[in-house]
Ligand binder design. Sequence first.
Ligand SMILES: [Zn+2]
Length: 218
Amino acid sequence: MTDSDNRKAWFSHRLRPARADEVGVGWYGGHPRGVPNELWPRCAVCGNPMCHMAQIDAGPWLDLGDHARMSLFICHATGGRCEDWDPFKGSNQVLLHRHRDDNLYDGPPTVRVYRRMVLALDDMLDELALMTRVREDGLSMSEALEQLRHDKLGGGAVWLQGDSTPLSASGEAPMRLLLQLTTELVAFDITPGGMAYVFFDPDDSSPGAAHMLWQSGG
Ligand SMILES: [Zn+2]
């Protein structure tokens, strides 16, 4: 990692509902575009088709390596028995797409569909500057974390149950946070007050380089 990459890892963008005149960077809920039926993720534990959660496009706000878009899916077929919070069990999945396809509308008709919300970004936030205020200006850590406890792209994860950052394939470096997702914009069927986190493995150039996990808020 270069110094400039290190610096960039501290920048985040808050996600919020897009206004009618804004072009979004993605959406929560709805039916995903560009996911053919044969590629629709199925739960590795129970075998059922998963529910679509979000699609977010790469850009200056989101570095997906060679990929243009990510699509998030989670199993809600068994009420949590598939352990859908685990980043490696296969009961949730992050699909990375080389190309954006906004036209293809495919997939199983029986899967639950969440309310669609188009997402836009707030201005970039420098989280390192915020943490410097904790160190130097007496801002309390809990207050600083409260300022980051929202849906966002990049920056550091605000953990609810302790740091669970997955390690990259080399087993040495922590993966990089792509997305932190609350249940406040769309109440996905993860525990209310819970948060989901999507991480990217820079050592992995495959479409399986991103992993999602979530923690409960209680
Ligand atoms: Zn399942």
